[in-house]
Ligand binder design. Structure first.
Ligand SMILES: [Zn+2]
Length: 280
């Protein structure tokens, strides 16, 4: 893109990028996967880790955000473009990792009926609902998400109902797991829920499960994306995302795009949890 571009509220993108960069630095297995599986976002991450922040970084970041998350743009004077990047973290994860979902579900029918056309469902992230604010049974949740389910197909084609056996077979990513965490509110889950209206899940960094295991793959906790709701009710004020990364077994660092450097954080600090990032 040409001309001057001013980006506002890029915190959701920056928080996710920080955690993926940390994972790239700290895990040889993950960086090998990233270097092997290209997409624009993964290339952006590996370039920064290898070359540091260069003069090209800011325009590459702007291109990524503009092309993938479709933010609102406003033409200002003197050829300057204002890009309002406030969006939810799950939106950013969806747009950056479209090709690399956490779980892929394939549906088949034993009678090979029409049901099986276009039967691939991509879950870029998993949604974990907590009823008590705890996330200790995360491994149990993951296991339940990865069980294959059988049922009678019942697909209807010109008034004939298929009696085949439908099977949903989930397949886990061999790279990463993104888990969106939220409160179960009175048994109702709204599609329009926003971080501002839902009660937040708050817990100590040290209480987050460090490892998840499935088959012979171990996923290590790399960090958490946290959200601070807007301080005022004004429509112009939006909340702020930042990232807490875990380096080694218990060294936590806060990545906040309003601060110049990552800052060390005690593992008993209580924070709000929006998204958990695990990688190989
Ligand atoms: Zn069928």
């Amino acid at each position: 893109m040409d001309g001057n571009i001013v980006l506002t509220n890029t915190c959701a993108f920056d928080a996710l990028a920080s955690l993926i960069m940390v994972s790239y630095c700290d895990s040889n297995k993950y960086s090998t996967k990233i270097d092997f599986n290209h997409n624009e976002f993964l290339n952006f991450i590996s370039k920064i880790v290898k070359n540091g922040i260069t003069s090209a970084t800011y325009s590459e970041r702007a291109d990524l955000i503009i092309n993938k998350t479709k933010p609102e743009m406003q033409q200002l004077q003197y050829g300057t473009m204002l890009v309002c990047c406030d969006t939810t973290i799950t939106n950013v994860v969806n747009s950056m990792f479209k090709e690399f979902p956490s779980v892929t579900e394939k549906t088949t029918c034993s009678s090979n009926c029409q049901l099986t056309t276009n039967s691939l469902k991509l879950k870029i992230y998993l949604s974990y609902q907590t009823e008590n604010g705890q996330i200790k049974d995360l491994q149990g949740f993951l296991d339940s998400q990865l069980k294959s389910v059988q049922s009678t197909c019942q697909y209807m084609d010109s008034e004939i109902v298929c009696k085949g056996v439908e099977e949903i077979m989930p397949n886990i990513s061999d790279m990463h797991l993104f888990i969106d965490v939220f409160y179960w509110e009175d048994g109702l889950v709204s599609n329009n829920r926003s971080s501002e209206t839902t009660e937040q899940v708050k817990m100590r960094l040290s209480d987050i499960p460090k490892l998840l295991v499935y088959n012979d793959i171990t996923y290590e906790l790399r960090g958490v994306i946290s959200f601070q709701p807007a301080q005022s009710k004004l429509r112009t004020s939006s909340g702020h995302y930042n990232a807490y990364a875990i380096r080694g077994t218990k060294n936590w660092q806060l990545f906040d795009d309003l601060k110049k450097k990552p800052t060390p954080i005690k593992e008993n600090k209580k924070i709000s949890i929006e998204l958990l990032v695990y990688t190989i």
